[in-house]
Design a protein around this ligand. Structure first.
Ligand code: ZN
Length: 273
């Protein structure tokens, strides 16, 4: 197969993953089975045939409408498929199509599902956050390259430190927020999501995302405050976006901002000798 054919294949594969994510996004918050029954039109209940379920292509062929009742298909379906397909290619391009690259594809897929579920339902399913956390620790032991080493115990240690730092910083932020605002300010789902990300990416990338997410959430937060008169915005999508940026550019950001150097100096000064 020519090289571009391979990339096209991965794009299509990513589209299929996105199609599955759409099922997760619809069914997980409703506590429905992911496997049965087959997908139906939410409006007319007609089962969706395989040829109407091909990622992106079917949506385009049907002009975004159900074949049976003509009601519009939600924009989320093609968007999630397109996003997953593009990010699959981007991740494999950046990290290679080896085991590490595919683990990151799964991680990014989880972030996409989390973002869209949190946007709509203001929850982050434990199946993804806690399930991913368990997988993150397990995969770290099986695939130490995820943590830049070939020693299993070292990778396992880094995974656990990442889990504690990622979950810990959000937990402490939540405690401080509760004291200031006198009500729950940080959802448990956000804490579990960051713990999951830390277990896979390590504590540095988790910290980068922790510092980045509030900046990403600032403008939408102000918008909601001004026009919707609400103080509540789902934080999961911004954490996910920050984690995605951190996955791709975390090491560069650490260097560029001098954070890595600062931590190293502090460690040398205060740390064990
Ligand atoms: Zn229909």
């Amino acid at each position: 197969m020519p090289r571009w054919g391979l990339w096209l294949f991965w794009f299509a594969l990513g589209g299929c993953v996105g199609s599955f994510l759409n099922v997760c996004i619809y069914r997980m918050p409703r506590e429905e089975s992911l496997i049965r029954p087959r997908s139906r039109c939410p409006r007319c209940g007609h089962p969706i045939a395989w040829y109407d379920n091909i990622p992106l292509l079917s949506w385009a062929a049907l002009c975004g409408r159900c074949r049976h009742c003509g009601s519009p298909i939600r924009w989320r379906y093609p968007v999630v498929e397109m996003l997953t397909a593009s990010l699959t290619v981007a991740v494999l391009y950046r990290f290679g199509a080896g085991p590490v690259g595919w683990v990151y594809v799964a991680f990014v897929a989880a972030l996409i599902a989390v973002s869209f579920i949190d946007l709509e339902f203001q929850i982050i399913p434990d199946e993804i956050s806690l399930g991913g956390l368990g997988l993150g620790v397990l995969l770290s032991a099986l695939l130490p390259a995820l943590h830049g080493t070939d020693a299993r115990m070292v990778a396992l240690g880094r995974s656990v430190v990442g889990l504690l730092v990622g979950g810990g910083v959000l937990y402490v932020t939540g405690l401080v927020g509760d004291l200031i605002f006198r009500k729950e300010s940080m959802g448990g789902g956000d804490i579990k999501l960051m713990a999951m990300a830390g277990s896979l990416l390590g504590w540095k990338a988790a910290l980068v995302a922790f510092f980045l997410a509030p900046f990403l959430a600032l403008l939408p937060g102000l918008y909601v405050l001004a026009f919707k008169r609400s103080h509540v915005i789902p934080y999961g999508p911004f954490l996910s976006l920050a984690l995605g940026v951190s996955l791709f550019f975390g090491a560069d950001l650490l260097r560029a901002t001098g954070m890595e150097e600062t931590v190293k100096l502090m460690w040398e000064y205060y740390g064990p000798r």
